[in-house]
Design a protein around this ligand. Sequence first.
Ligand SMILES: Cc1cc2nc3c(=O)[nH]c(=O)nc-3n(C[C@H](O)[C@H](O)[C@H](O)COP(=O)(O)OP(=O)(O)OC[C@H]3O[C@@H](n4cnc5c(N)ncnc54)[C@H](O)[C@@H]3O)c2cc1C
Length: 421
Amino acid sequence: MNVTVAAHPEPSAEEIQNVEQTSCCIVGGGPGGAMLALLLARRGVSVTLLEMHKDFDREFRGDTIHPSTLEILDHLGLAEKLHEIPHTKMTGPTIKFANGPFRPFDLGRLKTRFPYILMVPQVRFLEFITREAAKYPPFKLVMHANAQKLVEENGVVRGVRYAALDGLHEVRATLTVGADGRFSQIRRLAGFEPIKTAPPMDVLWFQLPKLPGEPEITGGAFGGIGHGRMLIMLERTGYWQSGLVFPKGQYQELRAKGVEAVRESIAQIEPRFARNAESLTDWQQLTLLSVESSRCPLWHKPGLLLIGDAAHVMSPVGGVGINYAIQDAVVAANVLTKPLLSGKVSESELAEVQRQREWPTRVIQSMQSFMQRNLIASALLAQEAINVPWQLRLFVRIPILRDIPARMIAFGIRRVRLKEV
Ligand SMILES: Cc1cc2nc3c(=O)[nH]c(=O)nc-3n(C[C@H](O)[C@H](O)[C@H](O)COP(=O)(O)OP(=O)(O)OC[C@H]3O[C@@H](n4cnc5c(N)ncnc54)[C@H](O)[C@@H]3O)c2cc1C
């Protein structure tokens, strides 16, 4: 496996240590970047993947592998292998309302080989994808590689300069892809300004232990709204990945009240989880994750393409960001493999990737925004447990309508398939 980890503790000199040539340089080894690297390398495109961290273990960002990604991996002959990694399966949350439990969608009814979301720790998933990519000689992964500068000639991006522990290096490439997530350095360096929406919420993430005799949750996930908070519990092997959602701007107030207030909120929303919440004794067990959502009007310029959160920061509502980043990667591979193999990528080919992916992104972001601004925000303002709107209960009883949300969660707005070239 071509993995380079620089050996010295500090960047030593300002000079470039070496200049490497490749067809495609991908910055960011998240789901989007790693998947694009795999897809290109298996088609013979030389690709260098730069990841700034020393490993793939990062703060919790969602561990959801959706049916559409599973279908793509199945196409590559990798789905069964992925299932060998310890996992849980989720078919849809059960949300507790004052007037009873409610399941907004059920993936179990979908016609697909994989009618569930596979919950695999993201670190294991990324290790799996890059291990598979490393089976193809054109693939190279450089860890500890922090991209800091675009190499540009006559207005065309020709690669990046990155800092490794032993100093500065340069990768020159026919195409540079910014897949470096929501705080994208490549987006900033390219001068792209994302349009922000302002979702009115933040999340505290933490783990709760599973306890003998605790409640069975249908569908592998629980949601509860009331008393100004929303509780999310995702079933994992041996623990619950949990989140407490609250209106933006309330963090300091919550912090001042201490971890007892978090335990109290959990017990108020779902008394059956009060015992699990007793394990929270220290604020250090909680991580604040700020919820954002934005999109770039333009995803490309000559020699450069943005994909995934770098092009469109996805809010965690609906848990679709990983799937969308992977779908961007699949479309990019479909459109750009031939041009990359021929050594020339035109701007119209880059524009075609944005054309295919922009409108599904805009539709889903509008829906996330609507849910955040209306349903979740108004639920968070209510001090009591609230009822599920009758219109929603009616919606999920109408056979022709009830599986639309499940299909959108599973496959996105537009089903993306891998094209062989
Ligand atoms: C609190 C929270 C919960 C979420 N939950 C879910 C969920 O349950 N399901 C879901 O589908 N989505 C979820 N999301 C959204 C999801 O995390 C993103 O949409 C998804 O990770 C985007 O993938 P990506 O590959 O574009 O970017 P990322 O996953 O962000 O990966 C970017 C990579 O680039 C690397 N990088 C950054 N800068 C540089 C640089 N200069 N040089 C080299 N490397 C660099 C980073 O280290 C990182 O590995 C959640 C997001 C948040 C904030």
